[in-house]
Design a protein around this ligand. Structure first.
Ligand code: COA
Length: 140
């Protein structure tokens, strides 16, 4: 049953660092990303601290028409998320395939996603610090 084994084998996905892509060996299917610096709020020793992190912004996924519907885009995502996890990056799922199809079907990867609340948290944290630093004794 060579045919079945071949059909079940996951396709080889390689990282093309120069072009910011995870792609099939023939380069026809790919997930395009940009690396960005972001600030996140991390709790260390009971204290919230701002930390710089690298985010992998997954901007576009493409699979040639004749190969669609076979899970190839999912394999590209797994390779990209695995790389992000191994390199302590967080992920921005800009591409609709990643946000609307891959993540709902593979929710374990949600832990890597850069959430809007973290940005809101950043703002809230800054406001609280500002308030704390400038608070009048009357309010203490
Ligand atoms: N956004 C979100 N999900 C999409 C989608 C899109 N633009 N296009 C297709 N999907 C979903 C389909 O609904 C399909 O769901 P089904 O399994 O219920 O039929 C699922 O993706 C198929 O998953 P998978 O087999 O892993 O994907 P694929 O290998 O067929 O590739 C795309 C999916 C989106 C990469 C491919 O259709 C493509 O290249 N489209 C043109 C480019 C594009 O629209 N890219 C996404 C926006 S950046």
């Amino acid at each position: 049953m060579v045919g079945t084994a071949e059909a079940a084998a996951p396709p080889a996905i390689v990282r093309n660092e120069k072009d910011g892509r995870f792609e099939t060996e023939d380069k026809q299917a790919f997930l395009q990303y940009h690396l960005r610096d972001v600030t996140v709020l991390a709790v260390e020793g009971g204290q919230a601290k701002e930390k710089k992190k690298t985010a992998m912004d997954m901007v576009h996924t493409y699979v040639p028409r004749r190969k669609r519907g076979l899970g190839l885009a999912g394999h590209l995502c797994v390779a990209a998320f695995t790389h992000a996890q191994r390199n302590s990056m967080i992920v921005i799922p800009t591409c609709s395939y990643v946000s609307d199809t891959f993540l709902p079907r593979n929710p374990l990867w949600n832990s890597l996603v850069y959430k809007e609340e973290r940005k809101s948290c950043d703002c809230l944290h800054s406001l609280l610090s500002l308030f704390r630093d400038n608070i009048s004794p009357a309010f203490e």
